[in-house]
Design a protein around this ligand. Sequence first.
Ligand SMILES: [Zn+2]
Length: 766
Amino acid sequence: MGLLFSFPATAQWTEQNHAERFEQLGTMLRSPNVYRTASGAPGHMYWQQKADHEIEVELNDENQSIKGWQKVTYYNNSPDPLKYLWIQLDQNERAADSNTPKIAESSINPRMNLRQLENILWHDQDLGFKILSVKDLSGNDIPVTIVKTMMRVDLPQVLQPGEQTEFTVDWTFNIHDRMSFIGGRPGYEYFEKDGNYLYTMAEWFPRMAVYSDFEGWQHKEFVGRGEFALTFGDYKVKITVPADHMVGSTGVLQNAEEVLSSTELERWNRAQTSFDNPVIIRTQAEAERLEKQKARDKKTWVFHAENVRDFAWTSSRKFIWDAMAVKQGGNDVMAMSYYAKEANPLWEQYSTRVVAHTLKSYAARTFDYPYPVAISVEATNGMEYPMICFNYGRPDADGTYSDAIKYGMISVIIHEVGHNFFPMIVNSDERQWSWMDEGLNTFLQYLAEQEWDRDYPSRRGPAHKIAPYMASERYLLEPIMTNSENIIQFGPNAYAKPATALNILRETVMGRELFDFAFKEYSERWMFKHPTPEDFFRTMEDASGVDLDWFWRGWFFGTDPVDISIESVNWYKLDNRTPAQKKADEQKIAEREAAHIGQERNIKDIPQTEVEADPATRDFYNSYNPFSVTPEDEKAYKDFMDRLSQKEKDLLNSGLNFYEINFRNIGGLVMPLIIQFNYTDGTSEVERIPAQIWRLNEWEVTKVFAKKKEVKNIVLDPYRETADIDESNNYWPRAFTPSRFELFKSAGGVRGASMGDNPMKRARRR
Ligand SMILES: [Zn+2]
């Protein structure tokens, strides 16, 4: 028992014993109402706003800028009169007065690179939106107030429930170099060798903020991390670019005959019935020719998109373009890729096929992909928009590539294409909850990777991979239910932990069938709607019939890790001995009690006396033998046996082994007990005990297991499915597993050279 005091890190002995971890979430969740039911479904008075856009935009390839005009039709489907509307001006994140650099911590390190230094120095490159006008349809100016990345439009008349209003916005902005220290999701990349640009245009027009029943206006400033909350609508967009550019975009191309050559048009038409292999519509040789010519005239591409929450596009004369068709329910979807020659041969081989695979894999767990196109663009990053996403994965200059690049590319394409489902269609609020799209998407990404290749080196998903994060020191952890901007270890918290939690729910807590049904139900209920965390938590329980409040509490609202220990195991057998066997055993015990080291040595060292050696004399001294069976013993045994039924006698003689196991919850996070019994005959068996065994004592439980066979050893969590951070106490008897230590030969300046961006180090410096 002395061991109990060797775990000072846990506060468990001062905490109350129970009545927390298994209580319903209750007031921790929003109350259900007519808009969102207690079952997690949209309520009978559910509503959401809508914003349709007509946009005309021109790309200036000479000075890398954008000039746009848009007409917005905003539908007030809410029950509330609106005096003003809020619009998002995300480009202002890079404007001179942005809060982004101001609220970023900085410090001087002994070794710094140029980019770190540039981040400290104030930068002003004339970036951010220039709003030229906001007008009503009669041409009158509408007063606006710009608050950092948000703009309030003060409507001339209150917009009543059920009404719609229209207004126009003129704007321009300079596109930034996203390969520079400013970074960011959209922007341009300049290719020095051929003097061409590749534009990825996102957050490029003033976008309507979301007004909802659960949050009112979502107008939290965009400071770079917490992504977007956006309103669904229909888009008609005209994009004017240099005539030799290839444009990929959200939506369906309306004027292919005008913008494609006759050869390209023929290939494009052929691609629409090619279900097995992509058709290359603009080849690498053709793109390389255009790279050199640089057209001076312009072309306008027209795209229409329905029921999208955003609109993004890409443009470059460097683009190779390929496409193939994919069946989705009754629809044929075009899976397509745009990439420069720098991305080949990798992209031509994989990208579009990965897009097609992703749609099929995700659709099986959610709903058929409802949009007409799904596009992957090579842009040295990873970012998602409806129907189009920007990904990375470039081989070396000589065309060779490592497995890391190849799998990195496949993973990021699956991930970003997968974002079409979460949050583009199941439209959660990314500004507030990163996990609702990143976590759910990373979970489905893991499943899609495993379907691509059963030995796929998935980075996130399997339970044991989250254990190092869960074992972080407390001040480096926040609950998953934390606003995006306030998370220290963003990747593990917003992507890996929720993805792992869902995988554990599926494999260990609910089972695949119940989980898959409930997850699909959530996806279908909230397709083209705005769900909240409550809607997800409630639907998963509602559809499966499994009470998961304890799981949400531990995994989503808490920071405790899993560390369950086998503290002790006692082995018992039923006493079915006859009086003679019993007495003989008692005699053995008594002799063992009497034995001591002196006696052991006396046998050898001291000669026997005559008296002791004579049996007659010894019997005189020992006339009473407590270990002999008396007639009373025999009678009591017979009476006992006579009273037993045959069933009871069988049980008594069954030879069962009883293993009384004591488990301790060292980590705090309650989880099911998965116990593997390895028997002396070489076979083994796994028992699964639900987490509720901890409900009366959250720190320590004891349970008896009856086994016909004799147990050689016991392993807790043998398949590593609970994310247990200390597996050394999962064995009985304890198993020795070697830890490794490195011999370190001091070579001045090597240590810490790569620590510059380590969040652990940054946080510790405080
Ligand atoms: Zn993502």
